[in-house]
Design a protein around this ligand. Structure first.
Ligand SMILES: NC(=O)c1ccc[n+]([C@@H]2O[C@H](COP(=O)([O-])OP(=O)(O)OC[C@H]3O[C@@H](n4cnc5c(N)ncnc54)[C@H](O)[C@@H]3O)[C@@H](O)[C@H]2O)c1
Length: 366
C-alpha cells in the first residue's frame, strides 16, 4: 500500500461536549482517518452520538475499544481526573493516543502514562490546540527569527494573561446531554501532598496548563523551566513568576465576565514586542490575532536600533480561516502516517505537570 493510501482506523473515547463540538466533527472529516468506533459509558448518549456521526461500532467503555485489534489509534476526551487512566490503558494495549489536556493530575501519574507508552509502543500526543493555531505559529517563528538575528536586541520578558470569559460566544453546535450519571472519578492519582483544595487545583491546572505550555512553545523550551514566585487566591486568581529558558515570564490568571475570551501572550525584546490574542476557542476558521511592534532609534537610546522605523504591523496568519482544533487533529493523523514526532508530545508535557505541582505546593505551603 502506498503512503498516500494508508489510513488510520481511529476509535474515540467519551461522547461528551468536547467530543461533539470539536473532535468528532474534525476526525470524521479528515483525510486519512476512518472514525471506526466510539466508547461511551453512558449507553444512550453513546448510541445517539454514534448515530449522529455515523460511527459504525459502539463500545461500552474504553477497555472494550482498546481490546479491538482493528483499531490503530484512540482519541480521548473524558473528565479531567479520569482521562489519564483511560489513555494509560489504551497505550498499554499498544494504541497510539491523542488525549485532551491535562495529561495527568500528578507527576507520578504522568510517569505511569509515559511508561505505558514505552511498554506498549503507542505514541502519545496531548491536545494543546494553541500550538496548532496559525497565529501562534507565526509568533513562534518571529520570536525565533529575532532571537537568531539579534535584530531586536535581547529577549527580556514574557507576559501570559488568562482571565477566561465566554469560550463559546453563542456558537451553535448541537450537543446531546445525558440524564445518565457520569462516572465517578477515582481519587488515587492526586499528588500525595495534595490533601485539600483538590477541586481548585484541578481547575487551575486544567485551565492554565494551556498558557504555560504555549509560553514554552514560543521560547522553544523543553524542561528548562522553574517556578520563582507564586501569589494565588483560592479561586486561582493571581500571578506566578517563572524562568523559562532563562527568560522571566509572568502568568496572570483570573476571571472576568467578558463577552469573548480574555487571553493573550506578549513577548518583549529590547527593540519591540510580539503579541498574540486568542480567539474564543469554539469559533471556527479564526486564528489568533498577531501584532508586531518594532521600536526604532531615538526613544531611549538613539544608538540602539539605528535606521529602524517605528512600526506596528498586524500580519494575517496563514492559512487564513483555519481553526486550531482542526489543525491539531490533522497533525495527529499526518504524524502517525509519516512517523515524525508530534509538536505536542506526551513526554514534553511532563514539564507542565511538574510546574503545576510546584506552583500549588508553593500556594499551599506544603
Ligand atoms: N482543549 C481545550 O480547550 C478543551 C476545552 C474543553 C474541554 N477540554 C477537555 O476535554 C475533556 C472532556 O471535557 P467534556 O466537557 O467533553 O466532558 P464531558 O463530561 O462532557 O464528557 C466526557 C465523557 O466521557 C465519558 N466517559 C468517562 N469515562 C469513560 C470511559 N471509561 N469510557 C468511555 N467513556 C467515558 C463520560 O460519560 C462523558 O460522556 C476534559 O478533560 C477537558 O479538559 C479541553
Amino acid at each position: 500500500m502506498s503512503a498516500a493510501e494508508r489510513r488510520i482506523r481511529l476509535g474515540y473515547v467519551g461522547a461528551g461536549r468536547q467530543a461533539q463540538q470539536v473532535h468528532l466533527p474534525n476526525f470524521a472529516s479528515i483525510e486519512g482517518c476512518d472514525l471506526a468506533g466510539l466508547a461511551e459509558v453512558r449507553p444512550s448518549l453513546g448510541r445517539e452520538v454514534a448515530d449522529r456521526f455515523r460511527i459504525p461500532e459502539l463500545y461500552p467503555d474504553h477497555r472494550a475499544l482498546a481490546a479491538d485489534r482493528r483499531i490503530d489509534a484512540i482519541a480521548v476526551s473524558a473528565p479531567f481526573e479520569l482521562q489519564g487512566e483511560i489513555a494509560r490503558d489504551c497505550l498499554e494495549r499498544g494504541k497510539h493516543v491523542f488525549m485532551e489536556k491535562p495529561m495527568a493530575i500528578s507527576l507520578a501519574q504522568a510517569d505511569r502514562i509515559l511508561d505505558a507508552s514505552r511498554r506498549g509502543g503507542g505514541r502519545l500526543m496531548i491536545a494543546y490546540m494553541k500550538r496548532y493555531d496559525a497565529g501562534n505559529i507565526l509568533v513562534r517563528d518571529v520570536v525565533r527569527q529575532w532571537r537568531r538575528s539579534g535584530e531586536a536586541g535581547a529577549l527580556r520578558y514574557v507576559r501570559a494573561h488568562g482571565f477566561r470569559g465566554d469560550f463559546q460566544v453563542g456558537v451553535d453546535a448541537i450537543v446531546s446531554r445525558s440524564a445518565e450519571a457520569p462516572p465517578l472519578a477515582p481519587n488515587t492519582n492526586f499528588p500525595e501532598w495534595l490533601t485539600r483544595d483538590r477541586t481548585a487545583y484541578v481547575d487551575y491546572l486544567q485551565q492554565y496548563t494551556h498558557n504555560i505550555n504555549l509560553v514554552r512553545y514560543f521560547l522553544d523550551a523543553a524542561g528548562d523551566a522553574q517556578i520563582e514566585h507564586v501569589d494565588l487566591d483560592d479561586d486561582g486568581s493571581g500571578i506566578v513568576i517563572l524562568r523559562v529558558a532563562g527568560v522571566r515570564c509572568v502568568l496572570e490568571t483570573g476571571r472576568l465576565a467578558y463577552h469573548r475570551w480574555d487571553e493573550h501572550v506578549q513577548v518583549y525584546f529590547d527593540g519591540g514586542w510580539i503579541l498574540t490574542w486568542a480567539p474564543p476557542l469554539l469559533v471556527r476558521n479564526t486564528t489568533a490575532e498577531v501584532e508586531i511592534y518594532r521600536g526604532g532609534a531615538g526613544v531611549l537610546d538613539s544608538t540602539r536600533f539605528p535606521g529602524v522605523q517605528h512600526s506596528v504591523s498586524r500580519p494575517i496568519p496563514e492559512p487564513r480561516g483555519s481553526w486550531a482544533y482542526r489543525r491539531e487533529a490533522e497533525h495527529f493523523i499526518e504524524r502517525l502516517l509519516s512517523g515524525e514526532p508530534f509538536d505536542s508530545e506526551g513526554a514534553d508535557t511532563r514539564t507542565d505537570v511538574r510546574l503545576f505541582e510546584e506552583i500549588y505546593r508553593r500556594r499551599l505551603g506544603v
